[in-house]
Design a protein around this ligand. Structure first.
Ligand SMILES: *Cc1c(COP(=O)(O)O)cnc(C)c1O
Length: 303
């Protein structure tokens, strides 16, 4: 999914499926999700216009962590196609449920297959997004990844956006080759203003609790991913640091992304912007927006 323009143009329901029954479930919840989705689409469109950008160049990723599979299915029937999770334990069963339900709705057992081999080797970014009406779902992992969880994450993830250290690259590469389907990678960048480009800040970055490689260490990590079989380097991901304005942080991210793309022309993704700061992210060139609470409602006390 996920071009915002495509989301606004609601996909037609699959032939033979009663739209009222498809993605059934609590009608009140469905109405709430529809309302929230249109509010977000409007915010994104307005932010794009303000920044002089085409909203069609922006991809909405619904961050479904802590919310039930039924919400994901409902949002899918409303047009959303890309979803993100941050905990392997929670995501595995949820993805299985969503895949099963969507296959029933569409009558297509391959529903939920994600951007598989068909997406490999073609124009990065764009070609991986399914067209409207297709049952496909693209799943992103955006949480802190431990090596011993990589195998289960790769059972369902099409993208891992949170690669921030070289120790992850080998294992992700091996598992992506093993499963026979490439894995899209974003490198998570630390935007802590106390970071600098000389890589002195490991402990400070750890203190921020948000992860991310120091910008100075990004080029080496990018080279490693780019050379790794089974991995496709897509770009960068970041979370704005707490307690400071988002816009200058996203401005630093943009500079990092512009340097990255010189060496890796296909790595054009800038995944930045959440419910509270998407306007700042769009103003600073974000291509992928990761929206949770504004789409689904407040999370029950879980980060
Ligand atoms: C939870 C989360 C989001 C979404 O945040 P909201 O404020 O709920 O929109 C985006 N990115 C990451 C990495 C997250 O963990």
């Amino acid at each position: 999914m996920a071009r915002v323009g495509r989301v606004i143009a609601r996909p037609d329901p699959p032939a033979g499926v009663d739209p009222a029954a498809a993605g059934s479930g609590d009608p009140a919840r469905r109405a709430e999700l529809a309302r929230r989705l249109s509010v977000i689409e409007e915010r994104i469109a307005t932010a794009a216009r303000t920044a002089g950008r085409d909203p069609a160049g922006l991809t909405l990723i619904a961050v479904s962590k802590t919310y039930p599979a039924a919400d994901v299915v409902m949002l899918h029937t409303l047009g959303a196609r890309q979803f993100a999770e941050n905990r392997e334990q929670e995501a595995g069963p949820k993805v299985t449920m969503v895949t099963r339900e969507l296959a029933q709705v569409s009558g297509d057992p391959s529903a939920g297959g994600g951007d598989g081999l068909a997406g490999a080797g073609v124009a990065p970014g764009a070609a991986a997004d399914p067209a409207p009406g297709e049952p496909n779902v693209i799943w992103h992992f955006v949480g802190q990844l431990q090596r011993n969880k990589a195998r289960s994450v790769l059972r369902w993830a099409d993208w891992v956006q949170s690669v921030d250290r070289s120790a992850l690259v080998g294992v992700l590469s091996r598992l992506a080759v093993e499963r026979g389907r490439p894995l899209s990678i974003c490198l998570q960048v630390s935007l802590d203003s106390r970071s600098d480009s000389r890589g002195r800040v490991g402990s400070v970055v750890a203190d921020s609790g948000r992860g991310g490689v120091d910008p100075g260490e990004l080029p080496a990590l990018a080279d490693l991913v780019d050379e790794a079989p089974g991995l496709t380097l897509r770009g960068v991901m970041a979370v704005a640091p707490r307690g400071e304005p988002a816009r200058p942080a996203f401005e630093r991210l943009r500079a990092v992304a512009e340097r990255l793309v010189v060496d890796h022309p296909q790595a054009t993704v800038i995944s930045a912007g959440m419910s509270s700061d998407l306007e700042a992210a769009v103003a600073e060139g974000a291509t992928h927006l990761r929206i949770g609470t504004a789409l689904f409602g407040e999370r029950p006390g879980v980060p």
